[in-house]
Design a protein around this ligand. Structure first.
Ligand code: GLC
Length: 543
């Protein structure tokens, strides 16, 4: 019955940050050959698609998000042959591969930028956004970089400023120039022709900026202690008119191949996020939905956002949910270890495509990184805000086993980021055979999700429980078992009467991994910080 759904709807996406997954050559940095040694593991956790953060040649000022060549492999990560091998091995195991496309900006070492900056009349000059200084010699307008400081850097060679909303080494391409977008589409074709299953498009909502480069207004309320960047309303650099034309074109290209996916990174308020599905569902298949990351971790707040998101979805649009990525503090740290399983049960039982960030399946937490070991530009540029804006914490090496360096790299090598201190107890090997571990819990959830149509494609409906701590909902599909999910976001136990939803039910999966058996739904007991995934056995009669 799930035949009419695409793999990116029924499946689970798993994000790998290649620098941090598995090193195979002892340089302390993860690589493609390393990932290729972990495919059986990926298969064993029941994920369907791997998204790799950028693997292209890059001077690594932003760890690969500064691309110096879109159609080659960074020697740090391996060779094109390693890539082809990895792709073939993934496909052989029925796993998809999604690449990260970074079209908004290039590295300042990209050949296009080297030409562009070489002279004002170079044919590629206007492939980037150059402007004369303001009358006082300063930047052309008040735009700021996400990473701190102005979004403009003066270039001595030609006496103009260039735009970069991230690091100074990430000049922004000018998508108003007629030759730039075709060049990006060509780069996409290169990988699609190789058989790559789709792209996650980096900062897709930033690709067009105000043509007149107007100053951005300050928000009315100043919030003490927040970075200057967040005090402006970014109306001229984000979600600017024209962006949807570009995305529709990318989607047309994607759809000219069979069975590929277009995912967009979009941080916008929910209603505007919805526009990125496209008016006729002709833009992103998956406009990434970060609501669970940005929401307070409170049952009613989360219920409200899920219901609002469901209600806001355009006709025919498919939902998706994310708990973490390489830009956000890890979910286990954000919500706390006690709630981590509840969060993952939520992710894997909501309606829509879930994305798991590597390590979430073993409950990895943010690493402790001393200031002098931080690499991430926003933290390095703004040391006083390093903890808020730095992203090294969530990028520490994958914890495979209890040997020095956690099996990520050779024991005597210094990994590019320190391994988190808890690796000795929190690692794949230790959790693999422990039926009560987070990993076993994750596998049980992904296994059941795949087996049960109600969970991977069924309807969602919230249940009113009148308990502040509880978020409960039903997932059901025709001719399939119905599931009831009850999540306790608080530390106190509760008793619920859910007999109007199901008279009887059995525990399919519980966060504590020991509860099982038949449940009396008129007095369902749930412990503090517990999540229950129940299989309804007897539904109330429908008179
Ligand atoms: C995206 C990436 C982030 C990167 C930025 C600039 O937000 O996820 O890691 O720094 O774009 O490319």
């Amino acid at each position: 019955m799930t035949k009419n759904y695409a793999w990116w709807q029924t499946g689970i996406v798993y994000q790998i940050y290649p620098r941090s997954y598995q090193d195979s050559n002892g340089d302390g940095i993860g690589d493609l050959a390393g990932i290729a040694t972990r495919l059986d593991y990926l298969k064993s956790i029941n994920i369907d698609a791997v998204w790799l953060s950028p693997i292209y040649p890059s001077p690594m000022h932003d760890f690969g998000y500064d691309v110096a060549d879109y159609i080659a492999i960074n020697p740090l990560f391996g060779t094109m042959a390693d890539f082809d091998h990895l792709l073939a091995e993934l496909h052989q195991r029925d796993l998809k591969l999604i690449l990260d496309l970074v079209p908004n900006h290039t590295s300042d070492e990209h050949a296009w930028f080297l030409e562009s900056r070489s002279s004002r009349d170079n044919p590629k000059r206007d492939w980037y956004i150059w402007r004369d200084p303001a009358p006082d010699g300063g930047p052309p307008n008040n735009w700021l970089s996400f990473f701190g400081g102005p979004a403009w850097t003066f270039d001595e060679t030609t006496g103009q400023y260039y735009l970069h909303q991230f690091d100074v080494h990430q000049p922004e391409l000018n998508y108003r120039h007629p030759d730039v977008f075709p060049a990006t589409l060509d780069n996409m074709r290169f990988w699609l022709d190789k058989g790559v299953d789709g792209f996650r498009v980096d900062v897709i909502w930033l690709m067009i900026k105000d043509e007149a480069l107007r100053d951005e207004p300050l928000k009315p309320d100043y919030i003490e202690g927040t970075p200057l960047f967040s005090q402006f309303d970014h109306i001229y650099t984000q979600d600017v008119e024209g962006i949807h034309d570009l995305i529709r074109e990318m989607r047309r290209l994607i759809d000219s191949y069979s069975d590929r996916v277009l995912i967009g990174e979009i941080y916008l308020p929910m209603q505007r996020q919805m526009n990125y599905f496209g008016q006729n569902n002709d833009e992103c298949h998956i406009p990434y939905n970060f609501e669970l990351i940005l929401s307070p971790w409170q049952a009613q707040a989360v219920r409200t956002l899920v219901d609002t998101y469901e209600a806001a979805l355009p006709d025919g649009a498919w939902p998706n949910w994310v708990l973490g990525n390489h830009d956000q503090h890890r979910v286990a740290t954000r919500v706390g270890a006690a709630q981590d399983r509840v969060a993952n049960m939520l992710l894997l039982t909501l309606r829509g495509t879930p994305t798991t960030y590597y390590g979430e399946e073993i409950g990895m937490q943010d690493g402790q990184i001393p200031l002098d070991k931080m690499h991430d530009p926003p933290a390095v540029n703004q040391p006083e805000l390093a903890h808020e804006v730095g992203r090294d914490f969530e990028r520490t090496p994958m914890q495979w086993d209890a040997t020095p360096n956690a099996g990520f790299t050779d024991p005597d090598v210094e990994p590019w980021l320190p391994v988190a201190a808890d690796y000795v107890t929190r690692n794949v090997e230790a959790q693999n055979t422990d039926p009560t571990s987070m990993l076993s819990f994750y596998r049980a959830l992904t296994d059941l999700r795949r087996a049960e149509p109600s969970l991977h494609v069924g309807d969602y409906i919230a249940i009113d429980t009148n308990l502040d701590d509880i978020f409960a909902y039903v997932r059901s599909a025709p001719d399939a078992d119905t599931f009831i999910i009850v999540l306790n976001f608080g530390p106190n136990a509760h008793t619920l009467d859910l007999s109007h939803i199901a008279v009887g039910a059995t525990i399919a999966i519980a966060t504590d991994r020991v509860r099982d058996g038949l449940i009396d739904m008129s007095s369902l007991e749930i412990n503090g910080n517990e999540g229950l995934l129940l299989r309804a056995s007897t539904l109330p009669s429908n008179e």
